[in-house]
Ligand binder design. Structure first.
Ligand code: ADE
Length: 228
């Protein structure tokens, strides 16, 4: 079973609509839709915005639906000069940029208990995602996806996240999903199509770009399903 998670309706509705013989169930306020998609058994859910909702959803997909791979689809702000609006950022790994116990001597982003900053994504899923995106005619790079419970729209926070973690994009769920997968021994990859520059400059186009980017990301996920 492959779990597919998006935060907002626009990030999963196209995939949900394509599921064959869909069945649905609501758990903790989240609707889970499962069935066949691109020849695979999938469960798809709109988890809501932020790390807690994402973690609840990821854990539910693993425990209740037996997901052994999780794919997170959606939009993100770019932190890299190599990718702009409507290009793709694919996770080689994830960090939680707002995890901060530096006051007691830890490295920024360190997750106490598992004592790591960066959680690695599944290498083969990451490679398949990048090559599929490029085959589809997109620009795509692999790198660190940084998540936190903040919409980033100012230059100084953007620079902090990029410079501290070497991250290529920022969003609000991926690293929570990665964290759940890490402790549960489940493969994951984060697929993000860029919707904005995370800088507060020229973000006027965000409401339009978010819709296009969300669709592009779902199209890439569908193509990835056919290749795994
Ligand atoms: N999702 C899309 N753009 C984002 C940004 N700039 N910050 C956080 N999450 C995002």
């Amino acid at each position: 079973m492959i779990g597919i998670i998006g935060a907002m309706s626009a990030e999963v509705e196209a995939l949900k609509a394509k599921i064959e013989n869909p069945r649905t169930e609501r758990i903790s306020g989240t609707e889970f839709v499962w069935g066949r998609l691109s020849g695979k058994d999938v469960v798809v859910a709109q988890c809501g915005i932020g790390k807690v909702f994402a973690a609840i959803c990821a854990q539910t997909m693993i425990l209740r639906y037996g997901a052994t791979t999780l794919i997170n689809t959606g939009v993100a702000g770019t932190l890299s000069d190599k990718i702009g609006i409507l290009d793709f950022a694919i996770s080689s790994g994830v960090v939680q940029h707002d995890m901060d116990t530096t006051a007691i001597g830890d490295a920024p982003g360190l997750i106490s208990g598992i004592n790591i900053v960066e959680i690695p994504a599944a290498k083969s899923l990451c490679e398949t995602a990048v090559s599929t995106a490029i085959e589809q005619g997109n620009r795509a790079i692999a790198g660190i996806v940084a998540s936190g419970d903040q919409f980033i729209n100012n230059a100084s926070r953007k620079a902090f996240i990029r410079d501290t973690f070497g991250a290529i994009c920022c969003e609000m769920e991926g690293a929570a999903i990665g964290h759940v997968c890490f402790v549960g021994g489940v493969d994951f990859v984060i697929i993000r199509c860029i919707s904005d520059n995370a800088s507060g400059e020229a973000e006027m186009e965000y409401p339009e770009m978010v819709k296009i980017a969300a669709i592009k990301s779902q199209q890439l996920v569908e193509a990835i399903l056919e290749r795994i």
